[in-house]
Design a protein around this ligand. Structure first.
Ligand code: SF4
Ligand code: SF4
Length: 453
């Protein structure tokens, strides 16, 4: 047995090594396996340890028991994991400073996507005064530590002046910052790309493509009818990549565009051959999975997931899948909404926690002291467990928030997707163990590009 990733120190401090009993043992529910040429990788989602069980070697029972890979037949795995998690949750220290800021420069957008979750929002723009207040708020709450700014909207590039003002003020105040952006990328120009690289310290941009030229232009329905949005966006992806800004393309999949997305990835591979800073990943359109009566049936939904898995495999084969290593630490929060070190700033200076709740669940306002603790608590409320949790290998790392439209529900397909992604991470981790020089050191915190996908 080889240890590829050691167990989390804090988890093992709580669990301790398991003592051997005179009883029959089985693998714990939380073991995710993957074959490699040398044997079988086993990742433990509770202890975060990954081992390699080499082919042709006797099974090292004592070591597997001590490390909780094997547990007695009668063990209540879920109860044990819940106990460990609640101890870790108590031990967890609330972050002292706010390091992540999602900033809506505007709620307006120059596209009219049919699925946009922001439909019906009032169209507002961040004023120069609110931008200056935002920068002052960041300087006051970051504790002198580097911050990550996420430009969001609406379409954040409809108000680049707000970004200029915030970044200039932070630079003048000596606050170290880098930024990422979720944008349709239609409004970049060479001059703006340069400013993004230099003043905004933009490290990554996430853009959504719904299909090849005709499908994309129909789905986006840009307000400027003279613009060929698809061609413009491809041009701007190139512009950003040349400026040293990573681009992550999200492919929105629903029942109607799945085939077209396969054509699109082939086209992107031709347009951006061997581009290392380009990541492509597919995602199901939330609207289609959750709200469309036609996909409410189990079979329809699972069929969509199958298409998604096939597209992921193709992207991976073409070399555009993101290589992510395994998270080392136990999972004690789900996202920015419950991490305790992130806030969202709305165009009108409202402060929130979930980056998809523009006017709901606000915890405060720029310029007003303190935060609303009740609203903060609402953002951290978790969904109850479901019967499937008892047999789910993801249980130790699963958190679903009540406020979250994206992850509130759990489907067999979404579980399978997470397990597939874990297996991909296991392969990356194994490759890093075999060829350390070819990989960056594992980052304990989230990296900038991970943040936006
Ligand atoms: S939409 Fe969900 S995942 Fe995103 S910030 Fe809100 S709660 Fe978190
Ligand atoms: S992924 Fe679903 S089944 Fe698994 S632990 Fe989470 S809620 Fe339960």
């Amino acid at each position: 047995m080889q240890t590829i990733v050691p167990a989390s120190g804090i988890v093992m401090k709580v669990l301790g090594p398991q003592k051997k009993q005179n009883t029959a043992y089985r693998f714990m529910t939380f073991c995710v396996r993957r074959r490699v040429p040398e044997g079988e990788l086993v990742f433990h989602t509770l202890t975060r340890q990954m081992i390699l069980l080499e082919d042709g070697q006797p099974r090292p029972e004592d070591a597997l028991i001590a490390a909780w890979f094997l547990v007695p037949e009668g063990c209540d795995d879920k109860k044990l994991a819940a106990q460990v998690r609640s101890v870790l949750q108590v031990m967890k220290q609330k972050p002292e400073h706010i390091r992540k800021y999602t900033i809506y420069t505007t709620s307006d957008c120059n596209a009219r996507c049919f699925y946009c979750f922001e439909r019906g929002w009032k169209r507002t723009y961040m004023t120069q005064q609110t931008a200056r207040r935002t920068a002052a708020f960041i300087a006051e709450h970051c504790g002198g530590k580097p911050v990550i700014l996420a430009w969001f909207g609406g379409e954040p590039m409809m108000n680049p002046a707000a970004i200029d003002t915030i970044c200039s003020a932070l630079r003048d105040a000596g606050v170290e910052y880098s930024s990422i952006m979720t944008s349709n990328l239609s409004l970049f120009t060479p001059e703006l790309a340069q400013r993004a690289a230099e003043l905004w310290n933009l490290k990554g941009a996430q853009v959504t493509l719904d299909g090849t030229r005709e499908v994309y232009n129909r789905a986006k329905a840009y307000v400027d009818k003279t613009m060929d949005g698809y061609m413009r966006v491809l041009e701007n992806i190139r512009l950003l990549l040349r400026a040293g800004i990573g681009v992550s393309i999200r492919l929105n999949m629903d029942r109607y565009n799945a085939d077209d997305l396969f054509a699109l990835v082939e086209e992107l591979a031709v347009q951006f051959p061997g581009e290392k800073e380009l990541v492509i990943y597919p995602a199901l359109l939330f609207e289609d999975v959750e709200n469309n009566p036609k996909t409410r049936s189990f079979a329809e939904r699972e069929a969509l997931y199958e298409r998604l898995f096939a597209l992921r495999d193709r992207i991976s084969a073409l070399g555009y899948a993101k290589k992510i290593r395994l998270r080392r630490n136990p999972v004690l929060n789900m996202c920015k909404a419950d991490c305790g070190e992130a806030v969202t700033v709305t165009p009108e200076g409202g402060l929130g926690l979930c980056e998809h709740c523009l006017d709901q669940n606000l915890i405060g306002r720029l310029g007003e002291p303190g935060f609303d603790k009740t609203a903060e608590a609402v953002c951290s409320e978790r969904m109850p467990e479901i019967p499937a949790c008892a047999q789910c290998p993801l249980y130790p790392q699963c958190i679903r928030l009540k406020i979250c439209d994206i992850s509130r529900n759990c489907w067999p397909g979404s579980r399978e997707l997470t397990i597939r992604m874990l297996r991909e991470n296991m392969a990356t981790e194994y490759d890093a163990w075999l060829h350390p020089a070819a990989h960056d050191a594992p980052d304990e915190s989230e990296t900038v590009l991970e943040e936006i996908t």
